[in-house]
Design a binder for this molecule. Structure first.
Ligand code: HEM
Length: 541
């Protein structure tokens, strides 16, 4: 074996030292031109500067501390830029959306679990554009009108189910959301219980909630771990991912094949799938390719639309429990327009309910940090360097709780902030659009989501009182009002399904005690609900 001379050793040591200091100096230089932020530790960077809960509040605090609405964090070598004001969000995610519309990679979610069909997680590029275009055609405001009958019917079935077992309200909200989406997208009439389509989708959504937070698994930080063989100790994540992948792969295929079979048998209901398939078959061009896009888009409706709507409605239940005086006002507003003999309809003009629905999205945004974007080219903003590849997070919570925009006490649920003195919607107040994300990635299901929320809120208010539960001594039990946090420490993650997780874990545990729903106005409402049961029987058979 050859051995190096002392001179060679000294030269090598010098070379390494030189390299080390050059890299350090380069990093310092780069860091100094990044937006301000906590300095962090070697290697791990700022991961310990981000708390495990309520990260959006920590980012607002950093913004104050560094006197900058744009802050930068280093998460194990990756740069995360957090935008804490409406101005910064507009300047970058809206006005420069050409380069700010990418997504960071999701190694566990996409590569291991198989959500590659879901365009919400696709990089900005032709595949994403194609799917988004097809989606938008079906969810633009004029098309959304076609979905209203399904939303109304599902709202009525929701009331009936709440009446039967109010303590299972979260399950009923899920059923309602699934019913709207499966019937709109595929023309599928779901079963009242144990529907197989719902079961597959819920398992896949659970997988999404577990893996959508980048950083939940080490493989997110070290993608090479994807290749670890399953027999090695510590590779449990791969087995779990393989189990989830079965449902995730089945989610787009099973309902799509159902539609194809129903069409072949001449029994398909009207749906987005059927309308687009008619077009595809008529034109005959690129049939397989276009069908694959359609299959993905339909599945994206459930994947993106179910948990979100459920989460917002669960916040509604919470708000009505915490602010009973608002509930009374909202019920009075509904009663005044709707009267005692029917349930609300989309044609009803009830500004107070509009205000409640807006306040809901503002007060407890489903995605407090939206869904992370990524920037595809180097950029300069306010003199700061934003490096290509950085994850860019819009702090929706900061905007939606900004008292300069929405007035005082933004932590309280105050629908009046949206109203003029005469009780109409005040058009001068910025709509809660921030709750639906930004720029080219803004939620394309926004209109449908808002109408779904509206009809459920109005219908529940018309039929039920929502009150705190009492313990065995009759003492009211206070709900904690806490939510889970979705953004894990390493990289800007997702909030998908996290409110659901909280409700599932905490609320369900003392659900029967904490929140119960009672029939309001006794017989009068019961009569209405009997009518609804009649309607839903037609639906179920
Ligand atoms: C209250 C309900 C909802 C809320 C709060 C919500 C919010 C959001 C947010 C914050 C994003 C990320 C936007 C961004 O990256 O900047 C998003 C994306 C998306 N949403 Fe929604 N959403 C809701 C309901 C729905 C519904 C009902 C559908 C479908 C029918 C839907 C379909 C989608 C899709 C497909 C994307 C991915 C867009 C893309 O990456 O291009 N959402 N949503």
């Amino acid at each position: 074996m050859l051995s190096a001379s002392p001179l060679q050793n000294a030269s090598l040591a010098l070379l390494f030292a030189g390299l080390y200091f050059t890299v350090r100096a380069y990093r310092r230089l780069r860091r100094s031109s990044l937006p301000p932020g906590p300095s962090g530790l070697p290697i791990v960077g700022n991961i310990y500067d981000i708390p495990a809960t309520n990260e959006w509040l920590a980012f607002m605090e950093m913004s104050r501390k560094y006197d900058s609405d744009v802050i930068a964090l280093n998460l194990m070598g990756d740069t995360m830029i957090v935008l804490n004001s409406v101005t910064a969000i507009n300047d970058l995610l809206e006005d420069r959306s050409l380069i700010y519309s990418d997504r960071p990679p999701f190694p566990t979610l996409n590569d291991l679990v198989g959500f590659t069909w879901h365009f919400a997680f696709m990089p900005y590029g032709p595949e994403w554009k194609e799917r988004r275009k097809v989606f938008m055609q079906q969810f633009q405001p004029s098309q959304v009108l076609l979905h209203r009958p399904a939303e109304l019917k599902a709202g009525h079935v929701l009331l009936q189910r709440l009446l039967e077992s109010p303590e299972k309200y979260e399950r009923h909200l899920r059923h309602m959301a699934g019913m709207v989406i499966l019937s709109t997208a595929y023309g599928i009439n779901i079963q009242p219980e144990d529907d197989p389509h719902i079961a597959i989708s819920e398992t896949a959504l659970h997988a999404m909630a577990c893996t959508g937070n980048r950083g939940s698994f080490w493989v997110d930080s070290f993608p090479i771990l994807k290749y670890v063989p399953e027999f090695l100790p510590g590779s449990g994540f791969k087995q779990k991912a393989r189990e989830w992948a079965r449902a995730v792969t089945a989610m787009p295929k099973v309902p799509y094949e159902f539609v194809k079979r129903s069409r072949a048998a001449g029994m398909a209901n009207s749906s987005i799938a059927s309308r687009v398939l008619d077009d595809i078959e008529e034109s005959g061009a690129n049939q397989d390719e276009r069908e694959k896009v359609l299959e993905d888009v339909l599945a994206a409706c459930y994947a993106a639309g179910a948990d979100t709507t459920v989460s917002a409605l669960a916040s509604f239940i919470l708000a009505m429990t915490m602010f009973p005086e608002i509930q009374k006002k909202a019920q009075a507003a509904v009663d005044e327009v709707v009267g005692p003999n029917r349930l609300p309809d989309f044609e009803d003009n009830i500004p107070y309910v509009d205000a409640v629905a807006r306040e809901l999205l503002r007060w407890r945004p489903v995605f407090p940090l939206s869904v992370p974007h990524a920037v595809t080219a180097d950029d300069v903003y306010k003199g700061y360097h934003i490096p290509a590849g950085a994850v860019v997070v819009g702090n929706s919570w900061a905007v939606l709780h900004d008292e300069k925009i929405y007035g005082p006490n933004t932590d309280r649920f105050i629908p009046e902030r949206w109203l003029t003195e005469s009780g109409e919607i005040n058009k001068a107040i910025r709509e809660p659009d921030t709750a639906f994300g930004f720029g080219r990635r803004i939620c394309p299901g926004k209109d449908m989501a808002q109408w779904s929320l509206w009809i459920c809120v109005a219908s529940i208010l018309a039929a039920f009182n929502i009150t705190k539960g009492v313990d065995e001594n009759g003492v009211p039990l206070e709900p904690s009002g806490e939510y889970t946090s979705g953004l894990l420490c390493w990289l800007g993650g997702l909030q998908v399904g996290s409110s659901r997780a909280k409700i599932a874990t905490e609320w369900r545990n003392y659900l029967i005690n904490v929140i119960y729903t009672e029939k309001r106005a006794g017989q009068r409402i019961w009569v209405n609900l009997t009518l609804i049961i009649g309607l839903s029987k037609v639906y179920y058979t």
